[in-house]
Design a protein around this ligand. Structure first.
Ligand SMILES: Cc1ncc(C[n+]2csc(CCOP(=O)(O)OP(=O)(O)O)c2C)c(N)n1
Length: 297
């Protein structure tokens, strides 16, 4: 394998195939967290369609050669969603799907937050919120300096956007004309807890960024902004195409503001921060299997 062997997925998957993969990925999330009795649920479920679209329709990566220097990079800045990333990496062939059963065990390659030293396909260690976009900007700058055409993708949570370090990179990335950098914000409207009650109606109790016009703010800093439904594969793939076509980027980094639903796809997890993390009962797991149209094992 040479340095530029990482390739885009060879065939363009059909939308119904991506939807089936996303249902399977969501099943791995709830099933694995339940078995391990630890881990996050709501965020990995909201991000799943975006992760499936990245790994099955966009990223130039080679599961046989995960450290290929010619690969695109992906950073899961909201590292507590690790089980979502591991599920997709396993389905894409970076390691056996059975290995998901070791999630969060002390001697596992699949720790509760991504560890780039342990897990094939993980490009950055994350978990302390706010740091991934800076790391991604560094990678994108490095690629530019080396004359490489790698694209760097960073996924952040909307709660995570409250971290100040994110905004230092939002300010500086256009200065370096990092049009090979794309941030995806998973706007699921919830974080770990609700907001404390307040009389000030500018602050919605549930939405981390409900009072901010994110599109205007990013555009003001010089970013190329796209707003999509993060559960609609047509819109997701269109956005990916747009941000990777140089003529549309004009030296600007891109941000995809993806509206999603926390806990998406499972009837009892969707729309509640109570399922930010949690372990399902056997009855709930059976319900999740039905919701996700997975066959009985
Ligand atoms: C610096 C830092 N502060 C606090 C936490 C604890 N924490 C873990 S997840 C989370 C909420 C994140 O919300 P969001 O980014 O919206 O994630 P999602 O809903 O997509 O899972 C917090 C505060 C952390 N991991 N890092």
């Amino acid at each position: 394998m040479g340095p530029n062997d990482a390739t885009h997925p060879t065939t363009s998957p059909r939308i119904d195939e991506l939807e089936a993969l996303a249902r399977e990925g969501r099943w791995h999330v709830i099933n694995t967290v339940t078995a391990s009795k630890a881990g996050h649920v709501g965020g990995p479920l909201s991000a799943m369609d975006l992760l499936v679209a990245l790994y099955f329709a966009q990223l130039r990566v080679d599961p046989e050669n995960p450290d290929d220097p010619g690969r695109d990079r992906f950073i899961l800045s909201k590292g507590h969603n690790a089980i979502g990333l591991y599920s997709v990496l396993a389905m894409r062939g970076f390691f056996p799907v059975d290995e998901l059963a070791t999630f969060d065990h002390g001697d596992s390659r699949l720790q509760g937050h991504p560890d780039m030293r342990l897990t094939p396909g993980v490009d950055a260690s994350t978990g302390s919120l706010g740091q991934g976009l800076s790391a991604g900007a560094g990678m994108a700058l490095g690629a530019k300096r080396l004359g490489s055409d790698n694209h760097v993708w960073v996924m952040l949570g909307d709660g995570e956007m409250e971290e100040g370090m994110v905004w230092e990179t939002v300010l500086s990335a256009p200065r370096y004309r990092l049009d090979n950098l794309t941030a995806i914000i998973d706007l699921n409207g919830l974080q770990q807890y609700g907001w404390p009650a307040t009389d000030d109606d500018r602050f919605d109790r549930s939405e981390p960024l409900g009072h901010v016009d994110l599109a205007a703010v990013f555009a003001g800093f010089g970013w190329h902004v796209l707003e999509i439904d993060g559960h609609d594969f047509d819109e997701i793939l269109d956005a990916f195409n747009t941000v990777t076509e140089a003529r549309d980027r004009d030296g600007r980094p891109s941000v995809i503001l993806a509206t999603t639903s926390k806990g998406r796809g499972i009837s009892f997890t969707e729309g509640t921060y109570a399922w930010h993390n949690g372990v399902a009962t056997p009855e709930q797991l059976a319900q999740a299997r039905l919701d996700l149209k997975q066959e009985q094992a």
